[in-house]
Design a protein around this ligand. Structure first.
Ligand code: TMP
Ligand code: ASP
Length: 236
């Protein structure tokens, strides 16, 4: 590809301007980070595996009526997406307790949330992505009441689609993070859905198949990412 200008370099993806007003190119890199970038490593094949995983999930969401930024795969590690005006908010749904909620509220790891629990986080590395309430969102003018309701409804809908999809492959979808943005006046799902941004446990053994393998230094990160992909029928 010629004529591409990096617009934004995230921790694991780079967004390029291709000279089109409505679309951008996203490259999935091999970088893995945790603890707000404090831990970093290059994991061979991660970009390709994540790109394939994301494509599979985005296609499934589209099939179920959830509009996303995803348009097409350009290469094993690159996609073309709609250019969204992103909201600085992370939407998280938890089906079971893990990670920060256990620390914050002293909950037992694995506790089932029924109904699933929703949380907003502020997308701000300098502040360490703090948990925020709807009132904080309104105060900071990050989104309107209507947008808050839309993001929550869409995130729950994604959970309703993906939980059974993962269950069919013998996985528990423990939690996940989504980000939304505007495209021509419409709120669409952006960013990515990969094992970097969700927790996935084997239903029988409880074995961890997500980025907690990296965060907790369990090893074999990409081996487990590829196993998860294989069980879901994803061609990498
Ligand atoms: P947490 O337990 O650290 O709050 O994370 C909940 C889920 O959201 C977990 O699957 C990881 C994901 N997540 C991200 O992908 N990026 C983030 O910056 C944060 C805070 C969480
Ligand atoms: N995505 C954040 C980081 O890379 C937090 C995490 O996933 O642990 O530091």
């Amino acid at each position: 590809m010629t004529d591409r200008k990096p617009l934004y370099k995230g921790k694991s993806k780079t967004v390029y301007d291709m000279g089109e007003t409505d679309t951008v190119l996203v490259e999935f890199r091999n970088d893995a980070t945790a603890f707000n970038g404090a831990r970093h490593a290059l994991l061979e094949e991660k970009g390709r595996v994540n790109c394939a995983f994301d494509a599979f999930i985005m296609a499934n969401l589209a099939k179920n009526g959830i509009k996303t930024h995803w348009l097409k795969r350009l290469s094993p590690t690159e996609i073309v997406v709609r250019r969204l005006d992103m909201l600085k908010i992370e939407c998280i749904v938890r089906n079971r307790a893990a990670g920060s909620i256990c620390k914050r509220l002293g909950l037992e790891r694995g506790r089932v949330f029924s109904p699933p629990l929703f949380e907003f986080f502020l997308k701000d590395d300098a502040l360490g992505d703090p948990l925020i309430t709807e009132d904080h969102i309104l105060l900071l003018k990050l989104a309107t009441q209507e947008e808050i309701a839309k993001m929550k409804a869409l995130t729950y809908k994604v959970n309703d689609v993906l939980k059974p999809l993962f269950a069919e492959a013998g996985f528990d979808l423990v939690d996940f993070k989504l980000e939304f943005g505007y495209y021509q006046g419409e709120l669409l799902l952006g960013d990515e859905f990969t094992l970097d941004g969700c927790r996935l446990w084997d239903q029988k053994t409880g074995e961890i198949y997500d980025k907690d393998r990296f965060r907790q230094e369990l090893g074999d990160v990409i081996k487990f990412y590829k196993r998860a992909a294989e069980r879901l029928g994803i061609d990498i």
